[in-house]
Design a protein around this ligand. Structure first.
Ligand SMILES: C[S@@+](CC[C@H](N)C(=O)[O-])C[C@H]1O[C@@H](n2cnc3c(N)ncnc32)[C@H](O)[C@@H]1O
Length: 463
């Protein structure tokens, strides 16, 4: 599971967090607005007043029943601030038979947690486990395990869930508050499509990218897992967990709203500006509708899991089954299409390849977005791709299209004005199911057309 590059990623992960004294700092006000209107009420309706209350309540319930210490394990506990807060909350309820185990990779963070525990006079209640949760072995029983924004950093989910399951008391609980969207926190195509639509309506000041300082003509879907462990297997966090434990409380939320409340674009939205507030609220309503209709799946999860099956409290129809994004297909048929007249693969792709799913990024009129992606099944061995593109003769913006097979770049094509016909050497075996992508290094938002486009895909032949 660990494989090449693991040590470099681990080192990068340590580096990222070593200096972070305030992990949840710098969240934009739009995030609080959205959370207060669209998340908090759903949790309240499920009987949960807040996250701290949920966790403290789960620990308290067990500490009250036990004649020994309740043992609480926090995964990727960072600076331990929240965990020490739980101890204070429990002490306020007269409960001090609680022992906290902080499992954290980063020694700098552990040192901060230790200093805080000493300062608060609870060092004897806190045990530091400085370890990698991908290899850590449970050496004690646990009554409560907490995964608070930690599971989306785990590479070996199967190993960690196994350790949790084996070490949980029969009436123990795993509290999850984490990210469960696509790996690297990217959008799935069905959500990307909606974000692109919203993007095309936004004025420049709302498209300012805090990382680059640029105004983004297109929404930039950054892959956060490129070099560290941020979102490394986010899309597996939920389905793999369902193989190990059983939920009793389950609330998935967020998806299309994410870019508008994150640290890259979220700060563009001024919560003293009525127009900006209305926009965040409306995207929140849209996101909720898309989730409830099953057109997108949640990117975040607050839930409780147990070793044995439990009665389940969920928000409406957001059940665990409906919240797992089927990752075997690029865009599950019938799941969502805001371009019902989308182009037909049969017409555009010829030769030794059959398009087996939606052509993402190609509109009904064959104009291609800068990123195009679709699944193809080869029917015979392929030696070359014959690619035909078109741009108006007076086009001033054009460039290079990178062709990738299963995410690996295999060829580049220079596309110009007029009809461009190119023969690209791309070898594929017969009867292979592959994901083709075409990424243009330019884009145009032409005239009255609000779409962000690059070229017309006239045809692709696999020979
Ligand atoms: C997003 S932070 C969350 C921290 C804390 N739970 C909170 O919410 O404030 C993720 C934490 O996981 C830790 N982490 C990342 N990879 C880890 C690993 N392989 N083993 C243990 N901890 C890890 C990081 O150092 C970081 O403290």
């Amino acid at each position: 599971m660990r494989g090449p590059g693991y040590d470099q990623r681990l080192a990068r992960e340590r580096e990222t967090f070593a200096g972070q004294e305030e992990i949840h700092g710098n969240l934009p006000p739009s995030a609080h607005r959205w959370s207060n209107r669209h998340v908090r009420p759903k949790l309240e309706a499920l009987g949960v007043p807040g996250l701290d209350e949920l966790i403290v309540g789960q620990i308290a319930e067990r500490a009250r029943k036990l004649s020994r210490d309740a043992v609480v394990l926090s995964l990727g506990s960072g600076n331990g601030d929240q965990e020490l807060g739980w101890l204070r909350g429990l002490a306020a309820e007269g409960l001090d038979n609680v022992r906290l185990r902080l499992l954290e990779l980063n020694p700098e963070m552990q040192a901060r947690a230790e200093a805080s525990a000493r300062a608060q006079g609870v060092a004897d209640r806190v045990e530091l486990i400085t370890a990698d949760f991908n290899t850590w072995r449970a050496d004690a029983g646990h009554d409560v395990v907490v995964g608070f924004q930690a599971l989306h950093h785990v590479l070996d989910l199967e190993h960690l869930y196994g350790q949790i399951k084996d070490s949980l008391a029969a009436d123990g609980v795993l509290v999850v508050h984490d990210m469960i969207g696509r790996n690297g926190h990217r959008r799935w195509p069905e959500a990307h499509e909606v974000v692109d639509r919203i993007w095309a309506t936004l004025p420049p000041e709302l498209r300012h990218n805090a990382l680059t300082g640029q105004i983004d003509e297109q929404f930039t879907d950054v892959d956060c897992a490129a070099d560290g462990f941020e979102g490394i297997r986010a899309q597996d966090v939920l389905p793999v967990l369902l193989d190990f434990l059983h939920p009793s409380l389950f609330l998935p939320y967020g998806n299309v709203i994410d870019p508008f409340v994150d640290r890259i674009y979220g700060h563009n939205f001024d919560m003293d500006n009525a127009g900006h507030v209305a926009l965040i609220d409306e995207i929140g309503v849209l996101d909720d509708s898309l989730l409830d209709l099953g057109l997108v799946t949640g990117t975040r999860l607050t839930a409780l899991f147990h070793p044995t099956p439990q009665p389940l409290r969920v928000h409406g129809n957001r059940t665990p089954e409906r919240s797992v994004r089927d990752t075997r297909v690029v865009d599950p048929a019938g799941r969502v299409s805001f371009r019902p007249g989308g182009t037909s693969g049969e017409r555009l792709v010829r030769g030794a390849g059959i398009v087996t799913g939606r052509m993402n990024g190609i509109a009904h009129d064959d104009w291609a977005a800068p990123s195009v992606e679709f699944p193809v099944l080869t029917t015979a061995p392929v030696e070359v791709f014959e690619l035909k593109t078109y741009l108006p003769d007076d086009a001033t913006e054009y460039g290079c299209v990178t062709v990738s097979v299963d995410g690996v770049p295999v060829a580049k094509a220079d596309v110009g004005p007029g009809l461009t016909e190119l023969v690209l050497p791309v070898r594929l075996e017969a009867h292979r199911q592959v994901r083709l992508s075409f990424d243009a290094d330019w884009s145009v938002t032409a005239g009255g057309d609000r779409r962000t486009l690059a070229y017309v895909l006239v045809g692709l032949s696999l020979r």
